[in-house]
Design a protein. Structure first.
Length: 421
């Protein structure tokens, strides 16, 4: 494990650009964690918009984010990811400033629209930016940055919880200003990034703008990954509701479970990613992670018919088992995105991946809400079965695929095994 973290440290310190990108990731994550924690209550309680109106606006913002993701992915390949990323940060900052004046319905729609476009542009350029900034070892770079992301989101969420506790409009507004400042800081830092210009040649000609869509293996993998990705909403959304429904006296345990998830991921994410040395290894990590996530759902099913003490143990056990599965699956997924996508089309491939996951993310609350509403173990067992059936499809989709190397020849000796696939 120590070797993995030494490698992660070398990756972050390998260039000034990677160091700056790590700082940007952490700062941006703190702002996003803060905003995500307070936003719904800010919209409804502080700005006094109805839940129905907010839900419709958020749905529209999601569609815009997906559209901007696709456009931004193409631009990241042809114009450069740095420019797209800077545009996304600037638009996101404007969205936060507009949100301060969003008591008027029209201004609220404007703010939400800007937020959706900014989010989409940042998402589409992110992976391409990592690949061009850390071409020696992008998989380890992304795993390391994900640890910064997880920790930043947790810290921002804790500050957001304090904001919610005040129930004060001016404190909420101050938090929105802080988020806008994080976007400004990230924009200044992003301006210092030195990123390679996108390659010019046949691979980025106009005829290849649908290359990712035409790649059946990649689309198949993306669809399977997106369907399984409903799990991303289980811990923050479904678990608190499930515990409150059956054991309301210990509803606080949901927060402890989320803290446990953060600790496990920050501690082990780099190590888990470092264990993947080939394309086949990435597929196995993805499938085994999915199986572990599936098994964790059994704890939630069991929880509905137990005593309070057992429910607490099951909640914490679920958090740990789920976290291990999530790390393995995300490590495999990150690796496969680099191995399947050509470097010069990384933005386009990432945009398609993000689009599919965006649709799944939009559907997840409804699916999980139905499971909680039904209130029977069968819902979690059905989700576990579906996850188990979906994950082996990745083995089928990649059975004859000749994976690209996920690291460049200049990477460390540990990476050399990735050539022997």
């Amino acid at each position: 494990m120590i070797v993995a973290y030494k490698r992660a440290w070398r990756t972050v310190r390998s260039s000034r650009t990677m160091t700056i990108l790590a700082v940007i990731t952490g700062v941006n994550a703190i702002g996003n964690g803060l905003y995500t924690t307070i936003c719904v209550l800010y919209y409804t309680l502080m700005l006094d918009h109805s839940v129905a109106f907010v839900s419709l606006a958020l749905f529209g913002a999601m569609i815009l984010a997906i559209s901007a993701d696709l456009v931004g992915g193409r631009l990241a390949d042809t114009r450069g990811p740095k420019e797209v990323f800077l545009s996304g940060l600037a638009i996101s900052m404007l969205a936060m400033l507009a949100m301060l004046l969003a008591k008027d319905s029209f201004l609220f729609i404007v703010a939400i629209t800007l937020a959706g476009v900014g989010q989409g542009l940042c998402m589409s350029s992110n992976i391409a930016l990592i690949r061009r900034s850390a071409d020696a070892d992008p998989v380890m770079a992304r795993a390391t940055l994900r640890s910064f992301l997880t920790l930043g989101l947790a810290l921002g969420g804790l500050v957001g919880a304090l904001v919610v506790a005040t129930n004060n409009f001016y404190v909420y507004s101050g938090a929105i200003v802080v988020n806008a400042i994080t976007f400004l800081c990230c924009s200044v830092l992003a301006g210092l990034l030195q990123v390679k210009n996108p390659p010019r040649g046949d691979a980025v000609e106009m005829g290849d703008r649908l290359a990712a869509i035409r790649n059946a293996r990649f689309v198949g993998f993306t669809v399977v990954s997106a369907l399984i990705s409903i799990h991303n909403h289980v811990l923050p959304f479904a678990v608190p509701l499930w515990i409150a429904a059956f054991h309301p006296e210990v509803a606080w345990i949901a927060a402890i479970a989320m803290v446990a998830n953060t600790v496990v991921e920050v501690t082990l994410q780099v190590y888990v990613s470092d264990r993947i040395r080939s394309g086949r290894g990435a597929v196995i990590a993805f499938c085994s992670g999915s199986a572990i996530i599936s098994s964790s759902y059994i704890a939630l099913a069991w929880m509905s018919e137990t005593s309070v003490g057992v429910a607490i143990v099951l909640s914490l056990g679920f958090a740990v088992v789920y976290s291990v599965g999530e790390m393995a699956m995300s490590a495999g997924s990150m690796d496969l995105q680099f191995r399947i996508a050509p470097a010069e089309l990384q933005g386009q491939y990432s945009a398609v991946f993000g689009m599919m996951h965006g649709f799944a993310s939009a559907a997840a609350p409804s699916v999980l809400g139905l499971i909680v509403t039904v209130g029977k173990p069968i819902g979690w067992l059905a989700l576990a079965a579906a996850t188990c059936l979906l994950s082996p499809m990745v083995l089928f989709l990649t059975r004859r695929h000749e994976f690209r190397a996920a690291v460049a020849p200049s990477a460390s000796d540990n990476a050399l095994t990735s050539r022997n696939e």
